[in-house]
Design a protein around this ligand. Structure first.
Ligand code: AHG
Length: 289
């Protein structure tokens, strides 16, 4: 009888195995589809291709009973034997607008032990694949965070028990500066003069998060005056990345509370995202009081 840990491992192995196929498919898929995704953004052919591939392969696993993705409106039931199982929510290509400029992008996977939409407290695992100069994968399974090299679709451990460095040095904030609310602007004015911190923003959350995990620091896509819930989605982005960074000793916040405590009300709901070292997120939450 497979354990939940076996099921999580099977999901991670499947995602890693698809990474070379997705990477190889990117050069020919830099054009836009005619479709918009459920959040109203133009889909690239690459987003749609990756989404179909993940549905085919993750949906075929006995352990996966629900599949959902940032690219499709509805949850796809994938249970064929009536046995209980796990729900997968996936951002097939986070930061796909970076494909045009050939910058970093990646895949984010959230594994919930509950029907979707689910709360962060229902997460049992999360992972991301980073398509940078090399392909790496970071996983969190409730028992620590591991970074892998993905070589020919197979994971090789680079670092076990990854922890955020104690002395943070990078920050990256999304959204137009004039669109930031006053409390967030006040926080950025605390950070910017700090000579131990430098700005690094790449336009793909997953790349920006990976540098926070590597160097220590903070990433935010805050609430905006024009979009009070920000841009990023709770199920596909906020929750899984919050789970990984909190598992690595950091903290996540919507400005008030951990992202993992935000109530899930809609599959495509957006949430302000602030993620990084505990000290920096605490200072941010103080500014928001
Ligand atoms: P998408 O996956 O639709 O390309 O969205 C990417 C997200 C996230 O990865 C990144 O932090 C943010 O959008 C970038 O948005 P801006 O273009 O506003 O900087």
């Amino acid at each position: 009888m497979a354990t939940q840990a076996d099921s999580i491992e099977e999901i991670f192995t499947t995602v890693a195995a698809l990474a070379p196929e997705i990477r190889d498919a990117l050069p020919g898929r830099r054009v836009q589809n005619d479709e918009t995704n459920p959040s109203g953004e133009m889909q690239l052919a690459a987003d749609a291709y990756a989404d179909e591939l993940f549905l085919d392969h993750l949906g075929a696993l006995d352990t996966v009973v629900e599949y959902s993705s940032e690219e499709r409106t509805k949850i796809v039931p994938t249970d064929d034997d009536g046995e209980p199982g796990l729900s997968v929510a996936i951002d097939p290509l986070d930061g796909s607008s970076n494909l045009k400029s050939n910058n970093t992008m990646g895949t984010i996977v959230a594994v919930y032990d509950a029907p979707l939409p689910a709360a962060g407290s229902d997460l049992v695992a999360a992972a991301y694949v980073l398509f940078g100069p090399i392909t790496t994968m970071v996983t969190a399974d409730g028992d620590g965070v591991t970074e892998y090299l993905v070589d020919d679709g197979v994971r090789e451990v680079i670092t076990e028990d990854v922890q955020l460095p104690d002395d943070p040095s990078v920050y990256g904030f999304g959204g137009r500066v004039p669109d930031w609310p006053a409390d967030f602007t006040a926080y950025t004015e605390d950070i910017e003069p700090d000579d131990s911190m430098k700005l690094r923003y790449g336009g793909a959350m997953i790349g920006d998060i990976n540098q926070v995990l590597t160097y220590g620091g903070i990433f935010a896509y805050p609430a905006l005056e024009s979009a009070p819930n920000g841009k990023l989605r709770l199920q596909f982005e906020g929750n899984p990345i919050g789970f990984i960074i909190e598992s690595a000793g950091g903290r996540s916040s919507d400005g008030i509370q951990s992202l993992l405590n935000v109530e899930a009300t809609d599959l495509h709901q957006r949430v302000p995202v602030h993620i990084g070292n505990v000290s920096l997120i605490k200072e941010l939450e103080e500014r928001f009081r």
